[in-house]
Write a protein that binds this ligand. Sequence first.
Ligand code: HEC
Ligand code: HEC
Length: 249
Amino acid sequence: MIPRLNSLPSGAALWSVLLALPLLAQVPIPPAQLAKLPPALKRPVDFKTEVYPLFKATCFKCHGPEKQKGKYRMDTREGAFKVSADHGPAIEAGHSANSAIILMAAGLIDEMLMPPPGGKPGESDPLTAQQIGMLRAWIDQGAVWPDGPIAEVIQPVRFEPDIQKLLVASCTKCHSGAAAEGGFSVDSLERLLAGGKSYGRVVVPGDLRKSSLLTILAGKDEDIPKPEAHRIPEKSIKQVEEWIRQGAK
Ligand code: HEC
Ligand code: HEC
């Protein structure tokens, strides 16, 4: 179909639109793109136990007390709600689809995927649809951020399902069943705590220093064969650390 000429903006109107564009701080995201955002979760979201821990785990490295990349700081309410000239409000209460942290986490703003893709695998995985949906729900529910410092909430880490899942993925190939290498098996909590033939116990509940498993997982144990088969991502090591700190249960 040939477009009817009178349905197009007149020459002058078109130019005024084009000239105004560079003045708009925020480049609007086309609706078709916005439609790709993972939907907000349909349940109440808790800031202290869900939102803050996610920010801490995935953003504070660059937007926390030590570094403020892009002059953006997320560990304080005032900082987190920054309105930037380039990207508009980082968080706009009630409007997750207009909040830069959501658009960036979903990769809808060119060159601004947050967290930025990193060099080492596992170090800066993009947020999952579930995590973005959780953040959207928090913002849509009013982005409640209590005044004052946030009391850290320690999430319990358990062998099942947290640690076992992680070790099954990286270790079962060689450390399972009767033929487990070095007699070390990740098949059950009991067997893991029992340790191996030459290392003995590698997990000492509550004692990070004596838990040699952490050195092994960091790829820093030079006596172990195939140290590269033993290295797991930093994020996973942190979880194992927290599990041992909490008593390895
Ligand atoms: C490895 C470092 C790193 C991590 C981790 C990271 N960012 Fe960023 N972030 C940056 C850098 C660098 C910039 C500035 C980029 C630019 O302006 O080109 C930035 C900019 C931003 C901005 C824009 C600020 C402004 O004033 O416009 C927002 C919003 C943002 N990040 C959100 C997040 C969120 C949310 C997370 C966690 C899910 C996160 N970032 C994780 C490095 C990081
Ligand atoms: C590709 C095979 C392979 C993978 C994958 C692997 N290991 Fe090993 N591992 C070995 C071998 C070989 C030894 C040496 C066994 C020996 O001394 O007889 C060993 C030894 C060990 C020991 C010392 C056991 C002892 O006391 O002798 C521990 C602990 C260990 N591995 C933990 C792990 C953990 C945890 C993972 C997963 C993150 C893992 N390994 C992944 C092959 C592997």
